[in-house]
Design a protein around this ligand. Sequence first.
Ligand code: CU
Ligand code: ZN
Length: 185
Amino acid sequence: MAILTATCVLLGIVINGTINFSYDNEARETKVTGNLMTNLGETTKHGFHVHTSGNMTTCKTTGGHYNPHGKLHGGPTDTARHAGDLGNVMVGSGGAIKLNIADKQIPLDGEFSVVNRAIVIHAGEDDLGKGNETDSTTTGHAGSRLNCCKIELKEESSGYMITVSKSTVLASILLAVTWTAKFVF
Ligand SMILES: [Cu+2]
Ligand SMILES: [Zn+2]
């Protein structure tokens, strides 16, 4: 088992903080956690998606929702959804957003990896494809883009690293013993 981790750092006044990703490549599930701060009103919902491109020139240059399977927009628990459809995040007391998402369509490795793509937080609520707006089935009618960040891979799991270094250490000892034996005897 390997755990891959990534971060996405939101800068600015409107929404800021670090989004943490932790991907278990055996369970094939990504956990998205973090505490964000905003200057938004309380108890408002905001569309929260993975967008296709990590181009951070503006939040618009991140392109549309990450949709490698050519599906319509939906909610995170729908079978018909974009891979990037993570639903809404809620602004709570004092403008804080507590992230606690588990999702199986946003891996950090392989063909459908979201590494170097973007997270976008919208001004409005995502209707999860169930509204009657013209853009309900493409964007969830979530409105303009408040902030965005690039998902960047952090490190491999310590568990995996320990396995590697243990065998490396063992190989080094064996090599050292062999060399010492050659010179001494
Ligand atoms: Cu979006
Ligand atoms: Zn979507």
